[in-house]
Structures are given as C-alpha cells and as structure tokens.
Design a protein around this ligand. Structure first.
Ligand SMILES: [Zn+2]
Length: 349
C-alpha cells in the first residue's frame, strides 16, 4: 500500500511540474491562501523549500494567510554606476542562466565582463559584452554558470565612460548529484571516430561562436508539449570508468515522428545528421543564444533558413546516442549549456 501511495505522489508531482514547466512565466510572488503549507507552495512552483525560505528570509516553515512570498530571486541586488542602475540576482547556482538588467541614461553603452569565468572551464571567458535591448527600456547582459563550476561566486565588472564597478553574486551549493552510468554499448562508442567527432564538434563550436544581433522579442516556448524524463544538469558516464559528462539539455518524452517546434525566432545554423547527436537542428537566436534539438528522425529546415517561434523544424526520433525516441533540448549562452526550463515562457531568464 505504501508503495502505491508513493507512486501516486510521484505521478502527482510529475503532473504539477509538467504543468508548471509548460505554463507561462512564473509569477514574481504568491499570496499564502488558507490551507497552504510552505512545502506545498514550494512544490507548486517548483522551487526547492530551502531556496524559498532563503528568498524570503524565513527561519521556520510557518506561513500565515495573506503573507506574500517572493518566488523569484531576480533583481535583488543593485549597483549604481553614474546615472545607471544594474540589477542582478542575489544568488545563482551551477547551470543557471541569469541576467544583469541595466536601467537609465547610457544603459545601452555599459560594457560587462565576467572576470570569474577565467577560473572556469568556459568558452571565451571574460569576454567584453554589449547589452541586449529587451523592449521595456532596460538593457540586459546574459550570464551563465557552467556545470562543474569551481568558484563560490560570479564576479562581473560594469564599465561606463571609463568608470568601472564590480559586482559579486554568490553561488549556492547544490547537492552533488550521483553520477549516473548510461552503459552505452561499445559498438556505438567505437563507431565514433575522430573524423566524425571533428565534423560534429566543429559545427557546434561554429554555432557557439556566433554573436549576431538579438532576433527574438517574445518569450521562448518549449519545443514540444510534454514532460521531462531526464532533467538538465545530471552527471553521467557513458561507460564504467569513463569520464564524467554533464547532461547539458533536458530530455522530453515524445513519440517517434512528433513535430518539434522552434522555441523562438532565429536563424538555422545547423541542420544535419551526426554520429552522437543524431538528427540535429541548431537555431541562433542572436546575442550568443543558441537552441539545439537532438536525435531527430526528420529535419524540415535547412541552414540559412529564418524561422519564427513555433515553426516546425523537424520530427522526434532516436538517432545518435539514444536508446528510445525522445527530444533532447538544449539552450546555450555563448556556448555553455544552461537549464532550458529557465527560458520557457520568458523572454530573458
Ligand atoms: Zn538528453
């Protein structure tokens, strides 16, 4: 009986999480209703209990009806530089996409760098970054925390008219996840030759190096309406004793042949079949943001195509390193994988 209740709980949790993941943007706050517990609220919005308590400076789990709880940790610290204000998160964690929001006169000319990236295994660390216009009068610079990050904080510098200030965002430690053993058959691994890997990685690195103008002006959407079967960020080995890799995307349950849709406007920069990733489409959204869709059975766009949000780009398959039909969806900022669900329903994470 106990076991049965547990599986129902799991199913309910899955439905709640699925509902959340697919729904529009997470509200900024929630007002406690009669009968709510902090634990229920944490599950309802998919925020860890500890994080919810930290966000709201709660020392216990007791909440009162009518109490307003913050659900988002965005724009909680500020830096003032000349006539400009920069809002940035209180805390971040590995695999997070985050944004520095810049308001005020000269906001469009502020230059940002992340010097702490030089300590991490990231592509183009501490790059000089221009801000992106988001349409509400503010400008944004996207940040990323690489999986496997070793630092305890992200440091950024903001420069305007020759004046530079530094901001620091502490990284919260997440429990180290167990390393999953995938046991990909040797026949598959041995089929991957240096030549095929060079071709595949070359295509990806070229996409990651793009810094085209921002092409999207509406919130991102999930590429299929489904639920997560394997979340972003897990550590895994392909074979016993092999090196640890991270899951840079999120796996969505899907049937063979199901349509895959572009998560937002952009330009197709990869549309081909590869050994590891199988049928792969990559869309450059500009501003260093690329979305990727793996293991497709069919691709219906070609390199150079301009796509709109919601446009069909291909069909679900099980090509490449895959054991059953599913969609592996990635979002990358300047080449580094960040949690794709941070984008669904949002223009900027
Ligand atoms: Zn995957």
């Amino acid at each position: 009986m106990k076991k049965r209740i547990n599986s129902w709980t799991v199913l309910l949790m899955t439905l709640l999480l699925t509902g959340m993941a697919w729904s529009a943007e997470l509200p900024a706050s929630y007002t406690v209703q009669k009968g709510d517990t902090l634990n229920q609220i944490s599950r309802k919005f998919g925020i860890a209990l500890a994080e919810l308590k930290k966000l709201n400076n709660l020392s216990s789990d007791v909440v009162k009806i009518g109490q307003v709880l913050l659900l988002s940790r965005q724009t909680n610290q500020t830096l003032a530089l000349e006539g400009v204000k920069i809002f940035y998160p209180n805390t971040i964690k590995m695999g997070d996409a985050f944004s520095l929001r810049i308001w005020g006169k000269g906001a469009d000319t502020v230059q940002i760098r992340f010097p702490s990236e030089t300590a991490e295994d990231v592509r183009q660390p501490a790059e000089k970054l221009d801000s992106l216009e988001v349409g509400d009068g503010s400008f944004v610079v996207l940040g990323r925390v690489v999986l496997g990050a070793v630092s305890s904080e992200v440091r950024f510098t903001a420069t305007l008219n020759g004046n530079t200030l530094e901001g620091r965002i502490p990284m919260t430690r997440t429990a180290r996840s167990q390393v999953e053993l995938l046991n990909v058959p040797s026949s598959v691994i041995d089929g991957v030759t240096p030549a095929t890997q060079t071709r595949e990685n070359g295509a990806l690195e070229a996409a990651y190096a793009l810094r085209t103008p921002k092409a999207w002006n509406t919130p991102f959407m999930a590429p299929i309406k489904s639920f997560v079967t394997n979340p972003f960020g897990g550590a895994r080995r392909y074979q016993m004793g092999g090196k640890v890799n991270y899951h840079f995307g999120t796996d969505l349950k899907a049937a063979l042949g199901e349509a895959i849709y572009a998560t937002n406007a952009g330009k197709v920069v990869i549309a081909d079949f590869y050994q590891t990733r199988g049928g792969l489409v990559g869309i450059d959204h500009g501003g260093g943001v690329v979305s990727l869709y793996f293991h497709q059975s069919k691709i219906v766009v070609k390199v150079g195509d301009t796509v709109e949000k919601g446009q069909k780009i291909g069909e679900v398959g099980s090509t490449g390193y895959s054991t059953a039909p599913h969609l592996h969806w990635e979002m990358r900022i300047r080449g580094e994988g960040v949690d794709p669900w941070q984008w669904a329903g949002k223009q900027i994470p």
